[in-house]
Ligand binder design. Structure first.
Ligand code: NAD
Length: 481
């Protein structure tokens, strides 16, 4: 095995207390290439204890001093951008160019954004005759952050940066499927002498370390990104100890294409929103709804573009679609494609495993898949697939489009393509989602609220929302008499 990962507990690199390890696989080759500690509840307890011990000093620093530490971590990460991008690409199977242009720069941006935000965070004061009320925003203490495998370092930093910036100490748990860049970040933290105990990273299975973190009585909040099933279980467990929770869960996002959609960026962006990161982004538009008068033309153009995608080695600069993340996920996505056929779907392209020549012959590649002919209520159109598989449905009127858009239990994001300003506003208001894009997709600004409704989650991340989540408001009233 090339790599042996460790946990970061109290500033030290630690194996699992039980000595157990998990294999880490390279999706492009299907081969194991690293081992990751499978941490224990005792490891979690040690990490929480270290975080508790570090909390008074860390929370007592001026916001500008905490920001300076987070900027130092960002500097160190930026200086290793290429190494981190290569590691992320290898661990997830995403094209190297994507990891280099999106994942790692965004992780750096997350750190810098929240470091700066901490120095700008203000609280309210309300005055009345004879009395003034002011609100303190105090850090919670030790918080747990749990992240998924699809955007490993991007989402891990998105969660822990605001937590640290607000003065908390954290115990983080990256996905056991893609643990490498979180481990590398822990090593960077040690290298730059990041204050020990402030940032702890435990590794291992969700049902082991993850559950232990959620259940730990001294953890004040859990910020979770992952599946709706696990998020629901975490919400139930957190209710027992009344922990604060922020839950960013699954999606089944609609892309609404009207016949008057501006054409310039339309097809490129819809293709990207369907297949970026092999469709493994919670924001991907997996249900494409097209106005009937434009349906055939749009369908044929989209299928031609999907067929022209280059499925292959993520390390090859020509590749536009890498593998899916694991054997288990490959099996799940292929089973979803079979089910779509059984539900009456017509496959327009893809729907098969791809075996690239050379080192990637055993990798978990699936050709970009487009399916039509399925109604809005079948499982293919209501359940998350989270792979390179999208469906097409025609609609006749704006009301029709809205009904289709809202016909899932999820409500994370939507994109609407139209030149009609009034229609864009009307739909943005009525679509059940936390994020709506008009004539664009995944256009992110870190200041804006981010999160879902319905089964896509509870709470918002981003900007002040994140700093509010990671602090407790305390109101103080002073009688001026
Ligand atoms: P997952 O729910 O299986 O795992 C997410 C994390 O939770 C992992 O670190 C896992 O080890 C941990 N975990 C699992 N069981 C646990 C338990 N009982 N207690 C505590 N932790 C536990 O999700 P995944 O397969 O890693 O990620 C894919 C899912 O994430 C998709 O549903 C996707 O839509 C969702 N996602 C949502 C967003 C968003 O912002 N809304 C972003 C990215 C991914």
């Amino acid at each position: 095995m090339d790599l042996r990962l460790t946990q970061l507990i109290d500033g030290q690199a630690r194996d699992s207390g039980a000595g157990a390890v998990l294999e880490v696989f390279e999706p492009a080759t299907g081969q194991a290439y690293a081992t990751c500690p499978d941490g224990t509840p005792d490891d979690v307890a040690a990490a929480v204890a270290a975080a508790q011990q570090a909390f008074p000093a860390w929370s007592g620093l001026a916001a500008s001093e905490r920001a300076a530490w987070i900027h130092r971590l960002a500097d160190a990460l930026e200086a290793r951008l290429d190494a981190f991008a290569a590691a992320e690409s290898r661990d997830v199977g995403k094209p190297l160019a994507l990891a280099r242009s999106l994942d790692i720069p965004r992780a750096v941006a997350n750190l810098r954004f929240f470091a700066a935000a901490a120095t700008q965070f203000a609280s309210e004061s309300h005055s009345a005759p004879g009395v003034v009320h002011y609100t303190l925003r105090q850090p919670l203490g030790v918080v747990g952050v749990i992240s998924p495998w699809n955007l490993p370092l991007y989402l891990f930093t998105w969660k822990f940066a605001p937590a640290l910036a607000a003065g908390n100490c954290i115990v983080g748990k990256p996905s056991e499927v893609t643990p490498v860049t979180a481990w590398m970040l822990g090593e960077l933290a040690r290298e730059i002498g990041f204050p020990r105990g402030v940032l702890n990273i435990v590794q291992g299975r969700g049902t082991g370390v993850g559950q232990a973190l959620v259940d730990h009585p001294d953890v004040k909040a859990i910020s979770f990104t992952g599946s709706t099933a696990v998020g629901t279980a975490i919400a139930q467990a957190c209710a027992r100890t009344l922990k604060k929770t922020s839950l960013e869960l699954g999606g089944k996002n609609p892309t609404l294409v009207f016949a008057d959609a501006p054409r310039e960026k339309l097809l490129d962006t819809v293709l990207r929103s369907a297949f970026l990161n092999s469709g493994q982004i919670c924001l991907c538009g997996s249900r494409i709804l097209v106005e009937r008068s434009y349906y055939d033309e749009f369908r044929d153009a989209l299928v031609a573009r999907a067929q022209a995608m280059i499925v292959g080695d993520p390390a090859d600069p020509a590749t536009t679609l890498g593998p899916v993340v694991s054997q288990a996920h490959f099996d799940k996505v292929m089973a979803c494609i079979d089910r779509a056929r059984q539900e009456g779907g017509r496959v327009l392209c893809g729907a098969e495993a791809v075996k690239p020549a050379g080192r990637c012959g055993e990798g978990w590649f699936i050709a970009p898949t487009i399916i039509e002919g399925l109604g809005p209520h079948c499982r293919s159109n209501t359940e998350e697939i989270f792979g390179p598989v999208v469906t097409l449905q025609p609609f006749d009127t704006e009301e029709d489009a809205l009904m289709l858009a809202n016909a899932t239990p999820y409500g994370l994001a939507a994109s609407v393509w139209t030149s009609h300003l009034g229609r864009a506003h009307r739909l943005a208001e009525r679509i059940e989602a936390g994020v709506v894009w008009v004539n664009t997709w995944m256009n992110r600004d870190l200041r804006t609220p981010f999160g879902g409704v319905k089964q896509s989650g509870v709470g918002r991340e981003g900007g002040w929302e994140a700093l509010r989540f990671f602090t407790e408001a305390k109101n103080v009233s002073i009688d001026l008499g």
